[in-house]
Design a protein around this ligand. Structure first.
Ligand code: PGD
Length: 777
C-alpha cells in the first residue's frame, strides 16, 4: 500500500489517509508509517456496509412487555425509534433501575477495544457517564492478560504493563544470542496496539534479530509463530504444557550445576522450596526431561541440549500472552521467571525474562514518558466488581460468592447491562452459556456502529459513529506520536457519536453540567490537549498550541530511552532499588499466594494438568488464536478479513495426517464440536501445525444456524461457541479461551449460507448514503 492523499486519521492498526470515492472510501497508508498494516484493507469495504446500525432501535418484545428477563434476545425483531424517544426510554429505564435496585444493579464493565482516540474512547465515555449518575458495577483486568495482571505483582511487585516488553528490541538485537520463545514471536499480532501505532516498528526489529542469526527456538504447536531465518528452529510442543518443559529445563540446569546460586540467593526468595519441588523432594516426582517428554511431546534429549545451550548463551526467555489465557494461566509467566532466575541472567542486557513480545505491536518499543491527554472519568462510588471474564457467572448466579486474589466477594444482582465499545459475543467463552446469561437482566443496552451479535442480543441498540466520522486525538503509550484524527466523513443515517448520545441522556437526567459540561467535541479536544500541554510544560516539555498541533497534523512525544533492560536497577543494587514484593526480591515462592490456600494456584510455579484435556470424544486440541486478517472481530466484513475465509467461513488449520484420518480434504466445510458447542469452518491443511492440534482464529461474527436455539452451531466459525467459560484459577479468574478439546469431521449436510453480516429482522435497509466531507476545524 502506498502513501497518498486524503484526510489523516488513526486506528488500532495504524495511521492512514482516507477520502470518499463515490460510494466507497479510498484508503492509503500514512507517510509516517514505513510498514503499514494490511488490516487497513478492511476499512473501505466496511464503509457503507449493510451491517451498519443506522437508526436507534428497540427490540419489539422489550417495547411490548417492558423490562424483564427474556430468552427472546438474539432472535426478536427490532423497531425503529427516533432520538427523542430513545433518550426518554433510556433515561426512564436508568432511573427505574437506580431507584428500585441501586447503582450496583447496573453492569457497566463494558470491556472491549472499541476504537482509537483519547476523547471518544468508548469505555471512557460510558464510564464517565455512568459515574455522573451514581456509578456502576465494574470489571477488573483484561481478556488479554487476565492471569499475568494478578500473578506478576506477587512475583515481581509490578503491574503487568510495567513488565510487558520492558527490554527494548534494540537491546535484544545487540546482546541476545538465544531466545527461547514460548508461544513464538508471531508477527500477525504486531500490527495492532490499543490506541494506535503511527509507525509499525516491531516486525522490522524482529527481522533484524533474525537477520543477525540470533538463535530463536520457537516453542509452539504452530511453526509460523515466528518468521523463518537461519537461526530459527521450531520446537513443536503439546498445547498448554510449556510449564512442564520450563521445569525440566530448570532441572537440567540445577542438576548440571549450571544454575546461578548467587543470583538465586541474593535476588530471589523461596528458591529452596522451588528446588525441592523440581528435584521431586516434595511430591516424589522429579521434573526431569523424561517426565516432561511424556507431557510436552518434546524429546528428553532436546530438552537437555536446549538447557545446555541456554547456559552457554545470553538467553532471553520469552512468553506470549496467549499462554496465560488458559487453565492455570498464572503458571507459564511465573515458571518462565523462575527458569530465567535459575539461569541468573535477569537484569543483564538481552538476558532474562520477557512477556508479550509477539502479542502486540508496541511491546519492546520505548514508552511515552508522562501522561497522555485523558478524558476524566470521575469517581465510581460503587464497590462491586467482577474479574472481567466472570460475566456469565455474575449474570447467572446473583449473590453467589467468588474467590479472587485472596478475597471472597459476591456477585451483584445485575438488572441492566450497559455496553459501549466491546463485543462480548466475540470475546467471551462459551457463547451458548453467555446467551443464557444475557437472558437474565431486565435490560441490555448496546452502543455499536455495526450489527454484531452483541447488538443483536440487546434490547436497546444505540447507533455509534466510527472513528472515521469524528475528530479526535490519537495517542498510545507505546507510540511516541500524538496524531490529529480528522473527521473523514459525516456519519450515515441517523447515527451519532457516543459522546452526543451520552450528552443528551445526561441532560435528560439533569446531570448534563457534570457530563458534557456544555462543551462541544471541538472544545473538548482543545481542552484535553491544552490541559495536557500545560502539565507537560511544567515537566519541562514544550509543545505547540492546539491550533499549531492541529494544523501540523502530529507532534512527537518524549519517550523512554531505547535501551531499557527489565529489572536492571534492581539486579544492580537490590538493597537500594528493591522490588515492591513483600521480600523486596523476585518471589520464586510467594508466602502471600501460598497463604490463600488455592490448590489451583499454589505458592510456587507448578505443573498442574488441565481438568479438561483431550478425551476420546474430543481428541484434538484447538488453539483459539488472535486473527491475522482483522483486529478481534472488528470489520470482519472488510476485504482483508474476507480474503482469508473459505466459502465465507473462518479457516481451520489442520495437520494433513489428522485430516486424512477423518476424510477431510482442503477447502471442505467441517463441523467442529466440543463439550460446550459447535461451529462450521473451512479446512486448510498444513504441516506447519503439530499433529493432534487445530487452529481457528477468534473474531468470526457469531451466526447461529437456528437463532432460537442457544446451543445451535455457528455457521460462520465463531471459536467461542467451543471454548470453556472457566477462570484460570481462583487467584486471577482470567479467561481461558486459548485452548479447548474438540473433534472435527466433514460437514455432510447441505452447507448453509453465512448471514453473519446481515442486519437482523426489522432493521431497515441502508439509507442512500450521500456522505459529506465536513469542514476540518
Ligand atoms: P472487538 O472485536 O475489538 O473485541 O474483545 P473486544 O470486545 O475488544 O470489539 C470492539 C467492538 O467495539 C466492535 O464490535 C466495534 O465495532 C465496536 N466499536 C468500535 N468503535 C466504537 C465506538 O466508537 N463506539 C462504540 N460504541 N463501539 C465501537 C477482544 C478480546 O477478546 C481480547 S482483547 C482478547 S486478548 C481475547 N482473546 C481471546 C482468545 O485468545 N481466545 C478466545 N477464545 N477468546 C478471546 N477473547 C478475547
Amino acid at each position: 500500500m502506498t502513501a497518498g492523499a486524503g484526510r489523516q486519521s488513526s486506528s488500532h492498526w495504524g495511521a492512514f489517509r482516507a477520502r470518499i470515492s463515490g460510494d466507497d472510501l479510498a484508503v492509503t497508508s500514512h507517510e509516517l508509517d514505513a510498514q503499514p498494516s494490511p488490516l487497513l484493507g478492511n476499512l473501505s469495504g466496511a464503509y457503507n456496509h449493510p451491517a451498519r446500525v443506522l437508526q436507534p432501535m428497540v427490540r419489539r418484545g422489550w417495547l411490548a412487555d417492558g423490562p424483564g428477563p427474556s430468552s427472546a434476545r438474539g432472535q426478536d425483531e427490532f423497531v425503529r425509534v427516533d432520538w427523542p424517544d430513545l433518550t426518554a426510554i433510556l433515561a426512564t429505564e436508568l432511573e427505574r433501575v437506580i431507584t428500585e435496585y441501586g447503582n450496583a444493579a447496573i453492569f457497566g464493565g463494558s470491556y472491549g477495544w472499541g476504537s482509537a482516540g483519547r476523547f471518544h474512547h468508548p469505555q471512557s465515555q460510558v464510564h464517565r457517564f455512568l459515574n455522573t449518575i451514581g456509578g456502576f458495577t465494574r470489571s477488573v483486568n483484561t481478556y488479554s492478560t487476565g492471569a499475568s495482571s494478578v500473578i506478576l505483582p506477587h512475583v515481581l511487585g509490578r503491574d503487568v504493563n510495567a513488565v510487558h516488553g520492558l527490554t527494548s528490541w534494540s537491546v535484544l538485537a545487540e546482546h541476545t544470542t538465544m531466545i527461547l520463545a514460548f508461544g513464538g514471536l508471531p508477527v500477525k499480532n504486531m500490527q495492532v496496539a490499543p490506541g494506535g501505532i503511527t509507525r509499525h516498528r516491531s516486525e522490522a526489529a524482529l527481522r533484524q534479530l533474525i537477520d543477525n542469526g540470533t538463535s530463536i527456538v520457537v516453542v509452539s504447536p504452530v511453526r509460523t509463530d515466528c518468521p523463518d531465518g537461519r537461526g530459527v528452529r521450531w520446537c513443536p510442543i503439546n498445547p498448554g504444557t510449556d510449564v512442564a518443559m520450563m521445569l525440566a529445563l530448570a532441572w537440567v540446569l540445577i542438576t548440571g550445576h549450571l544454575h546461578d546460586t548467587e543470583f538465586l540467593n541474593t535476588r530471589c526468595t523461596g528458591y529452596g522450596q522451588l528446588q525441592a519441588y523440581i528435584l521431586g523432594h516434595t511430591d516424589g516426582v522429579r521434573k526431569d526431561p523424561a517426565w516432561a517428554e511424556g507431557i510436552t511431546g518434546v524429546a528428553a534429549g532436546d530438552i537437555c541440549s536446549l538447557a545446555t545451550q541456554m547456559a552457554a548463551n545470553r538467553t532471553f526467555v520469552s512468553v506470549t500472552w496467549s499462554l496465560q489465557r488458559a487453565e492455570h494461566g498464572e503458571q507459564p509467566p511465573w515458571a518462565a521467571i523462575a527458569l530465567a532466575a535459575v539461569l541468573g541472567q535477569i537484569g543483564t542486557p538481552g538476558g532474562g525474562f520477557g512477556h508479550g513480545y509477539g502479542s502486540m505491536g508496541d511491546v519492546g518499543l520505548p514508552k511515552v514518558s508522562g501522561q497522555l491527554p485523558t478524558l476524566p472519568q470521575g469517581d465510581n462510588p460503587v464497590d462491586a466488581f467482577i474479574p472481567v471474564a466472570r460475566i456469565s457467572d455474575m449474570l447467572l448466579n446473583p449473590g453467589a460468592p467468588f474467590s479472587y486474589n485472596g478475597g471472597t466477594y459476591r456477585y451483584p444482582h445485575t438488572r441492566l447491562v450497559y455496553w459501549c465499545g466491546g463485543n462480548p459475543f466475540h470475546h467471551h467463552q462459551d457463547i451458548g452459556r453467555l446467551r443464557r446469561a444475557m437472558a437474565a437482566p431486565n435490560t441490555v443496552v448496546v452502543h455499536e456502529p455495526y450489527w454484531t451479535a452483541t447488538a443483536r442480543h440487546a434490547d436497546i441498540v444505540v447507533p455509534s459513529a466510527t472513528f472515521l466520522e469524528r475528530s479526535d486525538l490519537g495517542a498510545s503509550r507505546g507510540d511516541p506520536c500524538l496524531i490529529a484524527m480528522r473527521q473523514v466523513c459525516d456519519p450515515p443515517g441517523d447515527v451519532r457519536t457516543d459522546y452526543e448520545t451520552f450528552s443528551e441522556l445526561a441532560d435528560a437526567l439533569d446531570v448534563g453540567s457534570f457530563f458534557s459540561e456544555g462543551d462541544s467535541e471541538h472544545a473538548w479536544l482543545r481542552r484535553l490537549y491544552e490541559t495536557w500541554r500545560s502539565r507537560s510544560s511544567s515537566d519541562g516539555v514544550d509543545l505547540p498550541s492546539f491550533d499549531g498541533f492541529w494544523s501540523a497534523g502530529h507532534v512527537e512525544l518524549p519517550s523512554a530511552p531505547n535501551d531499557q533492560v527489565m529489572l536492571y536497577d534492581f539486579v544492580q543494587d537490590p538493597e537500594n532499588a528493591p522490588l515492591r514484593t513483600p521480600s523486596g526480591r523476585i518471589e520464586l515462592t510467594s508466602a502471600t499466594v501460598s497463604s490463600f490456600g488455592y490448590d489451583d494456584c499454589p505458592g510456587h510455579p507448578s505443573w498442574l494438568p488441565p481438568a479438561a484435556g483431550p478425551t476420546d470424544a474430543h481428541p484434538l486440541t484447538l488453539l483459539a488464536s488472535q486473527p491475522a486478517h482483522r483486529l478481534h472481530s472488528q470489520l470482519d466484513m472488510g476485504a482483508t478479513s474476507q480474503s482469508s475465509k473459505i466459502h465465507g467461513r473462518e479457516p481451520l488449520l489442520m495437520h494433513p495426517d489428522d485430516a486424512v484420518a477423518r476424510g477431510i480434504t482442503p477447502g471442505r466445510v467441517v463441523l467442529i464440536t466440543s463439550e460446550q458447542g459447535s461451529c462450521l469452518a473451512g479446512a486448510v491443511l498444513s504441516s506447519d501445525i503439530k499433529p493432534g492440534c487445530v487452529q481457528l482464529a477468534t473474531g468470526a461474527w457469531y451466526d447461529p444456524l437456528d437463532p432460537r436455539d442457544v446451543d445451535s452451531p455457528c455457521r460462520h466459525g465463531n471459536v467461542n461457541t467451543l471454548t470453556r467459560d472457566r477462570g484460570t484459577s481462583r487467584l486471577a479468574q482470567g479467561c481461558t479461551g486459548q485452548l479447548v478439546s474438540v473433534e472435527v469431521r466433514l460437514y455432510q449436510e447441505r452447507v448453509p449460507a453465512v448471514h453473519a453480516h446481515r442486519p437482523p429482522p426489522g432493521a431497515h435497509a441502508p439509507l442512500p448514503c450521500e456522505r459529506q466531507v465536513p469542514h476540518d476545524f
